[in-house]
Design a binder for this molecule. Structure first.
Ligand SMILES: Cc1cc2nc3c(=O)[nH]c(=O)nc-3n(C[C@H](O)[C@H](O)[C@H](O)COP(=O)(O)OP(=O)(O)OC[C@H]3O[C@@H](n4cnc5c(N)ncnc54)[C@H](O)[C@@H]3O)c2cc1C
Length: 400
């Protein structure tokens, strides 16, 4: 057994890597164990909200993200066929953030920027190809059982604390037998990326667009060099069928009639869940990010919320590491769990429901309400303060 006085982070996704960076800055020894051999390139989160950019700026990460992504000074909700829209201009937030825009940038780029920084600085021990398979804890620490690569070799590793940032299918959550209450939405979503230049064909697009169309709804999010389209399918279709080239081409043709074939870079089907655990702190094991909460991607809050978890948790963990009482960690659950539920899960669910509305009269009413917000500066400010996740951070801070 390798025994060490350190913190182990399970998972080199955005949440685990941000936590590792913050712990390394605090001069706390960190080992990061990651099941895969490298950072995942799966196209998932792409939206960074202003407070996340503000937080990461202090560590020299935001400048690089901005260089690798596309800023979105506005985002919009629109009727596809008519082009009628509500445009949310984020410049109203300029007095509360150094980054009054959304940033569109793949989460893998954030992970690689942080991984490279930590490898350069040499103060984090990376163990790729190490999968958590077992866990036990006592009053002094936690022992993880890890499977190395595919060859079934195992090693035990011990730490004072473990941060479980091992994602939606968290093995650690299972090992702790935590209930992950919630629901799975019925529809299959396909994330299709294409080099097709929607901005040259659809007038007045922002870089983030949530669209109602006669046949349903979809979203168009622009990244550097391509567009990412979220397409929704009838629950009766299998995931494979929904993601077939034929179906995806068909959906894109409905968006751009008259255009025959689209260059599809990637097609990824997924089911969306809304789930949360009750307690984030289990002895010396601390849950963060998708291992603790999952929400609809509508509004782009899952990764941002997980990064906010990492900042909150590491602040307390550093204090405890340096001698404060361990019950300070309970404040992490008290502050972050209700915010994840009330400000992220509930809000993402509302966003999804709004866009899933099919009745033309109700859609027209919804759009009218949204346009009333965008044309009133105070209401726009309040709306964006909340949807950009500032309100959630304020709410967490207000909890003792
Ligand atoms: C289609 C889609 C679009 C999204 N868009 C957005 C968006 O725009 N904005 C936003 O904020 N969020 C978005 N999200 C959510 C976002 O992708 C997640 O919230 C985010 O990836 C969570 O980060 P994480 O580090 O907690 O988990 P993950 O990114 O899942 O990382 C977990 C890591 O743990 C590793 N791991 C798993 N099991 C083990 C094990 N047993 N041992 C060791 N390592 C293990 C995995 O290999 C992985 O590297 C989107 C999600 C989807 C599916």
């Amino acid at each position: 057994m390798q025994t060490d006085d350190r913190i182990i982070i399970a998972g080199a996704g955005p949440v685990g890597l941000v936590a590792a960076m913050l712990l390394a800055e605090a001069k706390i020894p960190v080992t990061i164990v990651e099941a895969e051999d490298d950072i995942s390139d799966d196209l998932r989160a792409s939206t960074f909200h202003p407070p996340t950019l503000d937080m990461l700026d202090a560590y020299g990460v935001t400048g690089q993200l901005l260089a690798e992504g596309l800023t979105c000074p506005t985002w919009q909700i629109r009727m596809h066929e008519t082009g009628d829209k509500a445009v949310f201009d984020m410049s109203v937030l300029a007095d509360v953030t150094a980054h009054p825009y959304r940033l569109q940038c793949e989460q893998a780029k954030l992970c690689r920027i942080i991984r490279d920084k930590l490898v350069r600085d040499g103060n984090v021990d990376f163990r790729f190809g190490h999968r958590v398979t077992g866990l036990s804890q006592d009053s002094d620490g936690v022992t993880l059982k890890l499977m190395i690569g595919q060859n079934q070799d195992t090693v035990d590793m011990r730490a004072r604390y473990v941060i479980a940032a091992d994602g939606a299918g968290s093995k650690i959550r299972d090992l702790l037998q935590l209930e992950f209450d919630g629901k799975t939405y019925p529809e299959t979503t396909v994330l299709a990326s294409t080099s097709f230049p929607f901005h040259e064909h659809l007038e007045g697009l922002s870089n983030v667009n949530y669209c109602w169309s006669a046949s349903g709804n979809f979203s168009l999010l622009r990244l550097k060099g391509f567009w990412r389209c979220s397409l929704y399918y009838n629950p009766d279709l299998s995931m494979e069928d929904a993601a077939s080239d034929e179906r995806v081409q068909g959906q894109l043709r409905q968006i751009m009639p008259g255009h025959d074939r689209f260059d599809i870079i990637d097609r990824r089907p997924y089911r969306v869940h809304q789930r949360i655990i009750k307690e984030y702190v289990h002895g010396r094991v601390l849950m963060a990010g998708d291992s603790a909460h999952l929400n609809s991607p509508s509004g782009g809050m899952g990764m941002n919320g997980g990064v906010h978890d990492a900042f909150n948790l590491v602040e307390k963990l550093t204090t405890v590491w340096n001698g404060a009482k361990a019950d300070l960690l309970d404040q992490y659950t008290r502050q972050r769990q209700p915010v994840a539920y009330n400000q992220i899960l509930v809000q993402a669910d509302k966003n999804r429901k709004r866009m899933a509305e099919k009745d033309p009269a109700k859609r027209a009413e919804l759009l009218k309400d949204l346009q009333a917000i965008t044309s009133d500066r105070d209401r726009l400010y309040d709306h964006l303060y909340k949807s950009s996740m500032f309100a959630g951070l304020d709410a967490a801070k207000a909890i003792g």
